[in-house]
Write a protein that binds this ligand. Structure first.
Ligand code: SIN
Length: 288
């Protein structure tokens, strides 16, 4: 049986080398050229590496937008983000640019798009313009965070359901001048979904904490104060260094994270300098 541990994975006959960034999360994959189509064995092993390390990294990948998309498509159908800026002619490529006029906003621990009924499987992020210093991305292992909970809390959370919402984006859309009708249309298209507070990963079948400070609103049917207290406690688990790894970007670096297993935080320490990344996201399934 596959225990999805780095130790077991690294004993396999691999067509690449993995350098771990920490004991449990983060693996830098060396010896793969992402500009070329992948054979089935390599593709399957890259996906397995994603399950094992929760986030994997590639260096020196001077690839085109089309190659970025083609690589991501190996792992599923791609998502189009309804609110974020997109690259011209490539609606599946989300562009995140920050500079003097726009401070980084992705510096809250989060899983992407949990306001969707089917939040993403994962994202493939490519560095386009790197600040000279800073702008690292941190990742937190939410399996380890779950394992670190006391038995009492684990028991309390069994069957608990959280409600998520795109409130942050809605506020931004209102500020940008979207009409009430437009906002209402988005509300209808993305009604606040309910996901288990502790989800089971569909491939590893392990449990993870699946609430995040960016999009989770409250725990359904709980006393509001108790819900807020518990959520704040669960959010705080991501900021424990023992659960984390930290990736220092270089030009042509790529990160591919499992959005079901980890949370991420983009350090915005580089302001007022420019940092630009492009993200392609793979559709996931309904959490259970
Ligand atoms: C994100 O939150 O999706 C972007 C992460 C980053 O810019 O490093």
């Amino acid at each position: 049986m596959n225990d999805f541990s780095p130790e077991s994975f690294e004993k396999k006959d691999l067509p690449f080398v993995v350098n771990r960034l920490s004991p449990s999360i983060g693996g830098e994959i060396l010896g793969i050229d992402l500009s070329k189509p992948l054979d089935k064995k390599t593709k399957d092993l890259i996906y397995e590496a994603l399950l094992v390390y929760k986030v994997i990294f590639f260096r020196d990948q001077n690839i085109s937008t089309k190659q970025h998309i083609e690589f991501s498509k190996n792992f599923g159908e791609l998502e189009i983000h309804p609110f974020a800026p997109k690259k011209d002619l490539f609606p599946e490529v989300l562009v995140i640019t920050h500079n003097e006029k726009s401070r980084g906003r992705e510096n809250t621990w989060h899983s992407d798009v949990t306001w969707r009924l089917e939040p993403s499987l994962g994202s493939v992020l490519r560095m386009i313009e790197k600040p000279d210093h800073g702008g690292d991305t941190l990742f937190a292992d939410m399996y380890a965070a779950y394992e670190g909970l006391t038995d009492e809390i684990k028991e309390k959370l069994e069957g608990a359901i959280a409600v998520h919402d795109f409130a942050n984006f809605r506020n931004r859309l209102i500020q940008e001048g979207k009409s009430e009708e437009e906002i209402e249309a988005f509300n209808k298209q993305y009604p606040m979904p309910e996901h288990p507070v502790i989800r089971t990963h569909p491939d590893t079948l392990k449990k993870v904490i699946y609430v995040n400070a960016a999009f989770t609103q409250y725990i359904k049917d709980w006393d509001p104060e108790e819900s807020t207290q518990m959520l704040n406690y669960l959010y705080s688990r991501a900021s424990i260094p023992e659960y984390q790894c930290r990736f220092a970007w270089q030009d042509n670096s790529i990160a591919f994270w499992d959005n079901r297993a980890c949370q991420h935080y983009a350090n915005s320490d580089y302001w007022p300098n420019v940092r630009k990344v492009e993200r392609v996201t793979i559709i996931g399934d309904r959490p259970y």
